[in-house]
Write a protein that binds this ligand. Sequence first.
Ligand SMILES: Cc1cc2nc3c(=O)[nH]c(=O)nc-3n(C[C@H](O)[C@H](O)[C@H](O)COP(=O)(O)OP(=O)(O)OC[C@H]3O[C@@H](n4cnc5c(N)ncnc54)[C@H](O)[C@@H]3O)c2cc1C
Length: 502
Amino acid sequence: MIIDDQTYDVIIIGTGAGGGTLARKLAVTGKKILVLERGEFLEKESSELEDIEVFKKELYHAPEQWFDKNGETFYPQTSYSVGGNTKIYSGALMRMRERDFEEVQHQKGVSPEWPLKYADFEPYYSEAEALYQVHGKAGDDPTEPPRSADYPFAPVEHEPHVAEICTALSEQGLHPAYLPIGLGDQGRTDAEDTGISPAIKGSENVTLKTSAKVVGLITNPSGLAIKAVQVEIGDECFLFLGNIIVLACGAINSAALLLRSCNEKWPDGIANRNGLVGRNLMKQSMTVLMQQSTSANSGLFQRSVSINDFYWGDPDFPFPMGHIQNSGGILQDVIFSEAPPIFSVLTKVMPNFSLRQLATRSIGWWLQTEDLPMPDNRVRFEKNKIYLDYELNNLEAHDRLLYRWQEALKQVDRSAKQSIFAKNIHPHGSTPIQVVAHQCGTCRFGEDPDTSVLNLNCRTHDIDNLYVVDSSFFPSSSSTSPALTVIANALRVADHLIKRLG
Ligand SMILES: Cc1cc2nc3c(=O)[nH]c(=O)nc-3n(C[C@H](O)[C@H](O)[C@H](O)COP(=O)(O)OP(=O)(O)OC[C@H]3O[C@@H](n4cnc5c(N)ncnc54)[C@H](O)[C@@H]3O)c2cc1C
């Protein structure tokens, strides 16, 4: 074991939406910051996702197996790299709705209230949108929460086929809105280009170590402070000392790290006095659906449409159903490559030409519904393995959303102007367990130490120098895409840490 002889003011573990953003905002403090990332920089070409090989070979699976609750193995679709999952995400950067912060009755249970409200997050959403260069249009979505500022950039225009669909949807009385997307000169903005790279380039006080997998948190003898972080770099094991430790490994890996670091003082895992670490894992119900057309599109374009007409329900089903967005060009969408039964088996054996033909004659749709926090849906760490005990819930709401959307698309297909769309062919598939894209909730924040893991500053209730600043803190998942809320929260916690660091 090699013990590093410096003590850092802050050690941040993970460089995704949470960690990368936090590093950038803390960099200007001049404090000595160490950032530890288990992955490497992705080569630019492989992060652009514009190649049929991405689609075909199920790239972007972590090089490790996880286990479901029955002990079946799977390779999680998650990116261990500088920038984390924002290197493979679609860049849809949505605010949660105002009501998502309140207790909401769903058909199958209750989505809990957040201890902070939309108004507390609003300034940070604006800051996040400016930082990640979000393109959008205020006022065209009936569920949109109030905003203190317009989007920093104009919306991304729809691909012509998608524009036609939007016109037909509007004629049905629906409200297709522009999907907010983070876009910069290099394509989608991510936590490498927007977070980590500016942090290390502009500031000598920030050190990034890549291929540095954190495997343990070492407490002091009382168990009330983290003294050191144990890290595997290549074949060697290091100890790094820090005054403040921030976990930002993503909701599953941060929980796993707390659980695996158990010691005499914390036999069930660090900061896990109430047994809540790892519990209430959420990842939303997700379905991908294809609308087939008789003429080709490029297969390479940004997501641009957001439909929230069913978000809070309708007269026939007065419970939240969820959110719909188009997939963007299907050849760019890594999640589509995972979704049976549409493509997964067929595409692995299809020649590239046929696959491209199929993909470019399709518009993909992406449906997501809030899943409710359940204590039994959890991350477990046993015998050096990560288990996800997870069962989807709130399924009828998702089925109803799917049914509503199929009916809406059938009308689009029937509409005289839309003759380019094949009639009523809408194959769809729900995403399997390895799609952990929207994971959240394993260390929820709250005021009560008995019912939450983190306090309102995302510091663990019991360990004064330990924070978790990734999607773990969510008390509920909402049906929106999570990254903007993770980014906004990191900016919020950064303000707290800046004050604390003096
Ligand atoms: C294919 C895909 C598409 C998506 N599309 C969207 C979208 O369009 N919009 C949206 O809002 N969200 C989207 N998401 C989700 C979004 O990417 C996540 O919500 C967001 O990245 C979560 O941020 P995070 O900081 O919690 O974790 P991550 O971004 O996952 O970052 C975690 C980081 O920690 C590192 N790490 C993990 N364990 C360790 C360890 N032990 N030691 C050191 N480092 C470690 C990882 O390598 C990674 O860099 C998508 C996700 C995927 C996978």
